[in-house]
Design a binder for this molecule. Sequence first.
Ligand code: SF4
Length: 246
Amino acid sequence: MENKNIIGNIHSYESFGTVDGPGIRFVLFLQGCPLRCKFCHNPDTWNLTGGKIKESAKETFEKIKKYKGYFGKKGGVTVTGGEPLLQTEFVLELFKLCKEEGIHTAIDTSGYIFNDKVKEVLEYTDLVLLDIKAIDEKVYKELTRVELKNTLEFAKYLKEIGKKVWIRHVVVPNITDNDELLDKLAQYVSTLDNVERVEILPYHRLGEFKYKELGMKYALEGVEELSKERTENAKSIFARYNLKVN
Ligand code: SF4
């Protein structure tokens, strides 16, 4: 394998992740994100050059390989962030190495970055965790500061190539905790026959302290965490469309 020596800008690693894809996973948080989600709990990943770890895909791969024995049949590696597809060359090299070693690969993405290089990365990707922040264009823009259309084009392409997808959706009180919007999203997701499951993520405030540390204003100050009842309500709306919901 050719080592192109592409340097990744990495925020951090987690060696035994259990919430970002199936099984036990090595989770890689890449630096940089073009979105500015109001609920983001990783604002320290936004700046593309701010990563504490800078290393080649090969170096990262050598670290991942050490955990291969823990992955079992289901586990593997997940790249998240930030928006991992901002560093497509790095992810491409890393995933090529992982696939040569038979390691399962997953990407957690907003779907905002979609180009030919991303399509190439998808050839080495087993699972896409696609975060759809909102299904309404206006709400999406208000919540993330960017347009929804790229994500929908990305989702359409994933359907066309039959790529396995888990949809993730954060439900935020007063913004996306709205039965009409949830129903519209569930209906849309039900048209994607490549979606294996939907993960409803209740809004929480665990990242709020980071904004204070970084001297930044927290956009959702005063917004309560999503209640159990409203979380169940969101799940039940998706279940109506025969979607497997977690
Ligand atoms: S896409 Fe993810 S990392 Fe980027 S702002 Fe949104 S929640 Fe944060």
